[in-house]
Design a protein around this ligand. Structure first.
Ligand SMILES: Cc1cc2nc3c(=O)[nH]c(=O)nc-3n(C[C@H](O)[C@H](O)[C@H](O)COP(=O)(O)O)c2cc1C
Length: 193
């Protein structure tokens, strides 16, 4: 049943960080399928604002160094943490595929920035669910470097656009993790009269 499959897929989707990802290539056709499904996200005014840059292989080294150096440049010296810098210089090498998530702003700006960002988030969820169907986990990272104007420019966007983070994709080395959520009833109010 489609409903059962959808329920299972949505609840199975998990975040796993790069250090828990296997050193195993991901077939390009899977990434292509994730991107195609991202492209089917809802989009106000059909602006299709999502932009993706895929880093694989050696390109990840430059990305890792860029992230660490951007973190250093954007962080006041008293808030700078050496272990964070080192983590940033490694993460991109621990995941076989890293996807930079961007939002391209329309010149007319007819659609609000909020709507454009929300559309991109829908696209990312489509990617994540598709990854899950292939036994892949992922991690959406939104640290200071990953969402900076520097990151936008690094991926060919401008200061009018937005870098919305990095999406690390890979196979988990450990067992598929279980998730947890507080009850939906805590977050819902039904209004009927
Ligand atoms: C927009 C967005 C940004 C996120 N950024 C981070 C992040 O910077 N660091 C982090 O540890 N997790 C980040 N996450 C992932 C969450 O930690 C993760 O979704 C949460 O722990 C629930 O786990 P699950 O995805 O396996 O259900 C982000 C998730 C979203 C939706």
């Amino acid at each position: 049943m489609l409903v059962d499959s959808v329920n299972e897929l949505i609840r199975k989707r998990r975040t796993v960080k790069p250090k828990m990802m296997a050193n195993q290539e991901v077939d390009t056709s899977i990434i292509q399928e994730m991107l195609t499904n991202a492209n089917w996200a809802p989009t106000h005014g059909l602006t299709e604002p999502w932009r993706f840059t895929i880093f694989t292989g050696d390109a990840r080294s430059n990305l890792a160094m860029f992230l660490a150096e951007t973190y250093k440049a954007l962080t006041p010296p008293d808030a700078f943490k050496q272990n964070k810098y080192e983590g940033m210089s490694k993460n991109a090498l621990l995941a076989p595929v890293v996807i930079a998530i961007g939002m391209k702003r329309q010149t007319s700006r007819k659609i609000s920035e909020l709507d454009e960002i929300q559309a991109v988030a829908c696209a990312v969820q489509n990617m994540h669910l598709t990854a899950t169907a292939h036994g892949l986990c992922a991690f959406w990272s939104t640290n200071v470097a990953a969402v900076s104007n520097e990151m936008a420019r690094y991926t060919g966007l401008t200061d009018e656009d937005r870098a919305l983070g990095l999406f690390y994709v890979g196979y988990p080395i450990a067992e598929w993790p279980t998730g947890s959520r507080r009850a939906i009833e805590e977050k819902v109010r039904w209004v009927s009269e």
